[in-house]
Design a protein around this ligand. Sequence first.
Ligand SMILES: [Zn+2]
Length: 469
Amino acid sequence: MKNSTIKQHKQIGKELIPPFMQEPIGSVMHLCSWSKERLPEYVWIGLLRDSCISKTEFFNKFYYLKQYMLQTFSEPCDKFSLILKLDSTKKEELYDKIKEIFGNNVLDPIIVVSNYDKETRKSFIDKSKSNNQRIDKLVDIIEKMYDRHSDFAMDVRYSALILKINKIYFPKQDMIIKDAIQKYPSTQKDDPLLDAYKISLSSMEGMDFFENNYEYSKYFYEEMYLMTDCKPKKLIYPENSNKELLIDKTKELKKLILKSEEIKADDKRDVIIGNITYVYKIVKEIIDNELYTSITSRLVLRTIVEIIINIKFLCSQEKDNPDIWKAFKDYGSSKYKMIYKRIEEGTTLSDNCTHFDEVILKLLANEIKSEEFLKVSFKDFADKNVRQKFIEADEKDLYDTYYDYDTCFSHGYWGAIRESSLLICDNPAHNYHSVADTECEQKLVNCCDDLIFLLDKIISIMNDEMGVK
Ligand SMILES: [Zn+2]
């Protein structure tokens, strides 16, 4: 279907309203989710579709049912909850018609989610079937219907649409929808028009006319949840075989660090070797504890990337600002100063935080210069934001991928939480809800290759800036 142009939208206040949401249909239409809100209502049509071998057979039969329903019922009854509300006589008549066209027990599985409806049970029960068989069949039908663009779901959605067709207003110019409605049942899989019809019908069926009561769907999923088991599914990623190469890289880095001890100590050497030894230690922790697929590895990657940028940035500024190495140290020391001052002056509770010793913090902060001469800066040592530093260090690509992705983990953003800590239940009858991964089964993609890539950058810094090879 051709989407509407902006010109076809109508401005109302501060909103541009697309044609389908304009009056007269706008006020009777509600957008809702296929899988969560509408699918359960049409499982009965799914069962009818499933009872037929081909699309042609199904639509030949469904045509008669549609004619009967449109002639017999003035009220809409495309949804199962509406069928359940029909009075007994009308309901039995409808069920007799369904049986006459599609076969005696065709809706047998639905009796377990029919609110104990007497007529449904009496009309369709197949006594040779157990409830477990009924439930299995429903799960199978939900799975077939779940992807709203699948051939099966489209047949069901089309059928649902034509059951209310005489109650829908079509904009005059929309010939494609009219074509799609007329021709969809006889359009075969290999026909290039099929996709266009599907898109067109899909947008039409996606609107819920007249009715926005989803109580039945809620009830349906609650029942299915109770009657079937959860199937938490973890994602499996290929094992990375570059562990040995990573171990070799860290050994190489260790050699370079030891070699750098021959260099005369100054602020630059302290800062670069200190930072790189810090990287060496955290990578060793990953290796020694086999944390390649952990959340921790992401926190480590972010730290390493930031360290690379800091060093490269400092080196790039050195020429114009030889004191920048001192500024880097002072900035870090002043961070420690602020922490122990708050404790000393009683403006914070020290007892709550036990993973540091404030005496050590004080000693370290005063190591280079007395705290009386140590300014506390509220801006970064370079007075630049993170992104600017990446750009100036000519490493914007590191920012766009590594830094941004791993920051999601260190900040606890939703993407990282969803990826690492929630499993999706693979039972369609549970609506693919999430399950907390308390057994720590979900591993993340192995980070070995990325650690190697970053260690290579660190080794280049050792070569280029420290002259250690
Ligand atoms: Zn589940």
